[in-house]
Design a binder for this molecule. Sequence first.
Ligand SMILES: NC(=O)c1ccc[n+]([C@@H]2O[C@H](COP(=O)([O-])OP(=O)(O)OC[C@H]3O[C@@H](n4cnc5c(N)ncnc54)[C@H](O)[C@@H]3O)[C@@H](O)[C@H]2O)c1
Length: 269
Amino acid sequence: MSKKLENQVVWVSGGTSGIGAAICELFAREGAKIVLTGRNPERGGEVVETVRAAGGEAVFYDGCISREETVSESIALAEKHFGRLDIVINNAGMVQVKMLHDYTTEEWDFLMRVNVTSSFWSLKYAFPLLQKNQRSYIVLNGSISSFVGQAMTPAYTTSKGAMLQLCKSIALDYAAWGVRCNIVCPGITDTPMLREHIDKTPEPEETLRQRLRRVCLGVPLSPMDVAKSFLYFSCEDSVGITGTSLIVDAGYLAAAEWDTETFRKMAGV
Ligand SMILES: NC(=O)c1ccc[n+]([C@@H]2O[C@H](COP(=O)([O-])OP(=O)(O)OC[C@H]3O[C@@H](n4cnc5c(N)ncnc54)[C@H](O)[C@@H]3O)[C@@H](O)[C@H]2O)c1
């Protein structure tokens, strides 16, 4: 069976963990060559090994994505090692749990650089390579917080709303060069980021159970569940689709009010 990403080169920010690591693994299985960024060289090495085991090739760039050089230099690696760049995946992100009045300006700015500005830089430095292709793909990582508020995460929610609008701007302005840009908006996904968030609560497993009551499928997504939607937007399976969002949330946003446990009792399941 032919692979979906044969001869394609992809840049993935935050490829060392969670959803980003699953994207690297899945894209490698589909034949892509990968440049991934992250801040943990050990994890970076492990992901490179996973990609190699899947028959692919990968290069890791160690650096903080809040620095413009991390983006420019890692994108340059795509040309250096693989001679081209076809797919840009802006996945890196962070969350900070605190009230808005408790943020320092530095904390607010840092989160915005990681979650939003890095995507601006990726387009800036990738475009000279993307414009050589007939078709290119940019996929952003949003969130259900691109659409609804979330308690005590004002900078994160603001950043994910911004990503939704950035997606539309890129789609419009770069369509003439054959670039399609879309955004995947995940719900509760079982990654280190989620664990870090819920581990700050007194009873983490109970916190997760309570949050999942809002999810009509009743379970967290796996990183690979979400990675599959990134693959969809990174190839011609999604031909004709640009500037749009795909909510992958196990039904979280389907209802204003929902309680899985009560519903199951009512339905006799
Ligand atoms: N886990 C969820 O429930 C969930 C839900 C919606 C959206 N998302 C989004 O998915 C994306 C990936 O998150 P995840 O859940 O896989 O978490 P994760 O913590 O497992 O991965 C985050 C990745 O971003 C990278 N990163 C974060 N800050 C960085 C920095 N300053 N410099 C360089 N790299 C940095 C990390 O190295 C890591 O590779 C994020 O954009 C997140 O907002 C996650």
